[in-house]
Design a protein around this ligand. Structure first.
Ligand code: GAF
Length: 383
């Protein structure tokens, strides 16, 4: 990202000097659809980020400009309402949440740019929310703890974007660390960094370039199905509060006879929570082959049981399954499009990209984008 150009463009538009905040997108090694079930996730921040340049205003107005959409949005800080411009809602939602929590801050100008591919499941929206929260906090000396910034950003997504997401994406964008994955317990919010030692291998993302329209509604529906399963189990096991507390025997006894669909969904989540624990051990001990197998197992669960995959994602995972030098692959994020994440041997990457791109185009008449990603630090001020 050209920082000089970014600051100059801001100055040109808003006639002021900004602070600049960078918040990264994220990958997730494993632990999908577990965060809103009080389970574990293992994301990492990546070297693709959203940048916001922000300055205070001395009136009570919020003035926003998005470089990608080439659009302005303006509103009063005393009446923050949802906008028809989707991108603006991620900023406004955060400002709204800060106000609801009693924080006082001035009007502001915000210029937004970045290199996280939009709609690719790399959490560009969470990155924008986190960057906004970080910038308002910093400009106004609000002293908000990092964990609260992530939680405020998550709540903004619920209220202004209408997606009842878990906390993984915002957490990763704030707490990511270069060369580390983060193992997060989404119940206690305790976390530990695990060195991402990939000696001789790299993480490669394949972007399907599709985002099927049911992604948001299906996400909320899955969340509801998980809650339904928990409610049924709770009738017999009152100490159960989430799928984190549920085991397969409980599911077999209580949920299976009631509804096979809900059973399948809950079963996937219970198994995936267990898989994350195993995956963390494998990563710590450097057993990338075993980690890769767990990733394939996650994909199978997401595709066949949780039913959040799509033909394009399944095609990409099937394609690499028997390719020499690929240890693991799976769809990543909410589903219905976006990217797959793959662990690929260095010297095999170029050849794989060439072949899979050709085949994907032949099959779907769509371009495939590939990113060899590096991990990076979470939200920070850029000087
Ligand atoms: C999306 C959500 F935003 C996350 O909270 C998480 O649930 C993920 O889908 C699925 O693991 O990225």
């Amino acid at each position: 990202m050209d920082i000089k150009r970014l600051k100059a463009t801001f100055k040109n538009i808003f006639k002021a000097d900004p602070i600049l905040v960078k918040s990264p997108g994220r990958i997730n090694i494993i632990g999908e659809h577990t965060d809103y079930n009080d389970g574990f996730v293992m994301p990492a921040a990546i070297n693709k980020a959203i940048y916001v340049a922000v300055s205070k205003r001395d009136d009570n107005e919020i003035h926003l400009y998005s470089e990608s959409y080439q659009q302005f949005h303006t509103c009063s800080i005393t009446n923050i309402l949802k906008s028809e411009k989707g991108w603006a809602n991620y900023v406004l939602g955060v400002a709204d949440q800060l106000q609801k929590r009693g924080y006082h801050f001035s009007g502001f100008n915000l210029y937004l740019d970045g290199n996280v591919p939009l709609g690719a499941g790399l959490s560009s929206s969470a990155a924008l929310e986190c960057a906004t929260a970080f910038a308002i906090d910093h400009l106004n000396n609000l002293g908000i703890a990092k964990m609260d910034l992530a939680l405020i950003a998550q709540k903004a997504e619920h209220v202004f974007a209408g997606v009842n997401c878990g906390v993984m994406d915002q957490f990763a964008s704030v707490f990511g660390k270069k060369d580390q994955a983060v193992l997060l317990d989404c119940r206690s919010m305790q976390y530990q960094y695990i060195p991402l030692k990939l000696d001789g291998y790299k993480l490669v993302l394949f972007n399907t370039n599709v985002k099927h329209s049911l992604s948001d509604s299906a996400y909320n529906e899955r969340r509801f199905q998980c809650e339904q399963g928990v409610a049924w189990v709770k009738e017999y096991f009152p100490d159960v509060n989430s799928l984190r507390d549920v085991d397969l025997i409980m599911l077999d006894e209580v949920v299976k006879p009631k509804d096979t669909e809900v059973y399948q969904k809950c079963r996937y989540v219970v198994e995936e929570i267990e898989r994350v624990g195993k995956a963390a051990e494998k990563l710590k001990s450097g057993d990338l082959t075993a980690l890769g197998q767990l990733m394939f197992a996650t994909h199978k669960g997401l595709s066949q049981a949780y039913e959040v995959s799509c033909n394009e994602l399944d095609f990409l995972v099937d394609f690499v399954k028997n390719v020499d030098g690929v240890l693991g692959a799976r769809m990543m994020g909410g589903g219905f499009g976006g990217c797959t994440i793959n662990i690929v041997k260095d010297e095999k990457i170029a050849d794989l990209i060439e072949k899979i791109t050709l085949s994907y185009h032949k099959e779907f008449n769509l371009n495939l984008d590939s990113y060899v990603v590096e991990t990076d630090n979470g939200s920070e001020l850029v000087l």
